[in-house]
Design a protein around this ligand. Structure first.
Ligand code: ZN
Length: 102
């Protein structure tokens, strides 16, 4: 694992979304889930740590306490935006069309 970087913000956003997704009134398909994460990450600062440094979990926990409110705000905004124009439908229609055509 030498030389790898981990974005703590990414780990935090993913775990928060998994935590709250069942309470949200939004599509839970993989496509939408990834769009939500991507949107949130684009509006949050990244926080890289090296993977070989120990205490990663403790770092994540500390980081989570500092940024939880911010992450929640961005996640909820992301859910709203993705729900308004989910990109899965377009894909589904397209693959249906392809199936019919070919
Ligand atoms: Zn979806």
């Amino acid at each position: 694992m030498d030389g790898l970087f981990i974005n703590l913000m990414e780990a935090l956003v993913e775990s928060k979304l998994d935590e709250i997704i069942d309470t949200l009134d939004c599509c839970k398909c993989e496509r939408c889930r990834r769009d939500i994460i991507a949107y949130a990450l684009n509006h949050l600062p990244s926080k890289y740590v090296t993977s070989e440094s120990g205490m990663l979990f403790a770092k994540l926990e500390f980081f989570s306490l500092q940024h939880e409110a911010n992450v929640m705000t961005q996640l909820l905004r992301a859910v709203e935006i993705v729900s308004r124009s989910p990109r899965h439908e377009e894909n589904m229609k397209k693959s249906e069309r392809e199936r019919i055509t070919f």
